[in-house]
Design a protein. Structure first.
Length: 304
């Protein structure tokens, strides 16, 4: 599991940050007592401990805080995470990534000595959404972004209340996902494919959950639309959902739901009923985060 390896601050700008080992992240400010905190988008700076170790292996010989980082994190490749991604620190603190890397207008001592500095390329910056204590050894976990699409002709026309979408959102949030977008769209092949492509290609979500359009009705085209946009299939997810559902009802065999990957985004089809959608999601939700982490290269190999 990813964890904090150092907690650093500098009380004055232009001075090297010191490892204080524990501190307090203050909502909409940053690390308490740090000169770089404030009401702006770079309240907290973070670096992967692996990046620091690799740089030191080349002879840099720098200690914690030398790159200007507030938090160093082991076990997570921070630079692969997208802007908008959230990180849960310890028990209560929550950060949102606002920037990847930065432009250094003056060459720091490390860059002058080594010819480069890793902070401009590999450092990430975040704002504090929820404060809390932080200390060396605290866990760090990614809060992945989810989009939920309800696919229903009647729902899109305003003739039926959407109950499946909110139910899926609630379950996803219970399992740590940050729902960034919801929509109700008709059972139309072109509309579905356009929406899926837009979400994936603009990197607006890490997981897309669709509900509806997976049955035998002539307008049920969600699986076909999903298959048209994905570049890699993930059949085990749909197989696991059908296997779980078969223990509840033999009609589960009639589900045509599919799942797959496009542009490092995982798409999963769910049934249209609130009960069916939440039951199916519950069968697989505990494993989806690990799959997304591997997809984003935010975790190592499965054997680690």
């Amino acid at each position: 599991m990813a964890h904090i390896t150092s907690v650093c601050r500098s009380e004055r700008r232009g001075t090297v940050k010191q490892n204080i080992k524990s501190g307090v992240l203050v909502e909409n400010f940053g690390l308490e007592g740090d000169a770089h905190g404030g009401n702006w988008h770079r309240q907290v700076s973070l670096l992967s401990q692996d990046s620091i170790d690799a740089f030191n292996a080349r002879g840099a010989g720098v200690g914690a805080g030398a790159f200007g980082e507030n938090l160093a994190v082991s076990g997570l490749d921070l630079k692969t995470l997208p802007v908008g991604c959230r990180l849960r620190i310890g028990k209560t603190a929550l950060l949102e990534i606002t920037q990847i890397g930065k432009t250094c207008h003056t060459s720091c001592e490390i860059a002058q000595r080594m010819g480069e500095c890793i902070m401009p390329q590999e450092g990430i910056f975040a704002r504090v959404l929820r404060g809390g204590a932080v200390a060396v050894g605290d866990s760090v976990s990614v809060v992945w972004r989810a989009a939920v699409l309800t696919i229903s002709d009647k729902g899109a026309a305003g003739l039926r209340e959407d109950r499946s979408g909110p139910a899926v959102c609630a379950l996803a949030e219970q399992h740590g996902y940050h729902v960034v977008e919801t929509a109700v769209i008709p059972d139309d092949f072109d509309t579905i494919t356009a929406k899926l492509r837009a979400l994936c290609d603009a990197d607006r979500a890490d997981l897309i959950l669709t509900t509806g359009g997976t049955g035998f009705a002539p307008r049920d085209v969600t699986p076909e639309a999903t298959e048209a946009v994905i570049t890699r299939r993930t059949p085990g997810i749909a197989e696991a959902m059908r296997a779980g559902s078969l223990a509840i009802t033999p009609r589960a065999m009639l589900s045509r739901a599919t799942a797959g990957i496009r542009a490092k985004v995982l798409i999963v089809n769910l049934p249209g009923s609130p009960k069916g959608a939440t039951e199916n999601l519950a069968f697989v939700v505990d494993s989806l985060g690990h799959g997304i982490a591997l997809l984003k290269s935010a975790e190592g190999e499965c054997a680690r």
